[in-house]
Design a binder for this molecule. Structure first.
Ligand code: ZN
Length: 231
């Protein structure tokens, strides 16, 4: 079974009643419920020692999920180094929603990862623009999310290797919501849906995407990465 570690900042849910009402046990618990039937799942949070991402935990992780929003700066650079190294070595990484501004994602992208946003609870249509991609497996031609925070272009990330979803928002904006990358031997998927005051991760289609993306990002055997002087 694919070993998944779900990392959550876990501050909003403890400090804000509106968020606690949507995710009473934390966003990580809801994400875990979406994955635990067919994956080996553990969770880690910012306030755990070493943010719960010790070398031992990361060495035993096939795919890491990352949800953060208000405390990106509190993530220790040593842990960021460790995540980057594991990705280059083959660990999969799913970066969710406001994780676009997280240190590991910015490090791995090398750009600002900035975008436009508006918190107005408007409708989003998440269009599948790569229907044959394994991350879109089992979906309809689009997923409609009735209440969302808008993210708009330009999204300052490198051109994705594959773009699986493009979002349309009621306000007229569009956004590249499902971006696939390779860094070293690792696969990275950025997935936009998931604002803390809307129950996005309870949505069955969104959960399907998360399961598909974890399976897509899981490491494959490959060949050894050998560098340096050669006799
Ligand atoms: Zn948000």
């Amino acid at each position: 079974m694919v070993a998944v570690t779900i990392w959550n900042e876990f501050r909003h849910e403890r400090e804000d009643d509106e968020v606690a009402a949507v995710y009473p046990d934390g966003i990580h618990a809801t994400l875990a419920a979406a994955l635990e039937d067919d994956h080996e799942v553990r969770t880690a949070t910012l306030d755990d020692p070493e943010h719960g991402l010790t070398e031992e935990v990361l060495d035993g992780t096939d795919v890491l999920l990352w949800w953060g929003h208000k405390a990106h700066d509190e993530v220790d650079d040593l842990v960021v180094d460790r995540v980057q190294e594991r990705v280059l070595d083959g660990m999969g990484l799913l970066v969710l929603h406001s994780g676009h501004y997280s240190k590991p994602f910015k490090r791995l992208m090398g750009t600002t990862c900035s975008l436009q946003w508006r918190e107005d609870g408007a409708t989003e249509r998440l269009w599948v623009v790569d229907p044959g991609h394994p991350i879109a497996d089992g979906l309809d031609e689009y997923v409609e999310l009735p209440e969302t925070e808008m993210y708009g272009e330009p999204f300052d990330v490198p051109e994705p290797d594959r773009l699986v979803f493009t979002s349309w928002f009621e306000g007229g904006e569009v956004f590249r919501s499902g971006c696939c990358y390779r860094r070293g031997s690792g696969r990275i998927f950025y997935f936009r849906p998931g604002h803390e005051t809307y129950p996005i991760y309870e949505n069955e289609a969104v959960r399907r995407v998360l399961r598909n993306a974890v399976d897509w990002a899981a490491p494959t055997e490959g060949a050894p990465r050998t560098f340096g002087h050669r006799d």
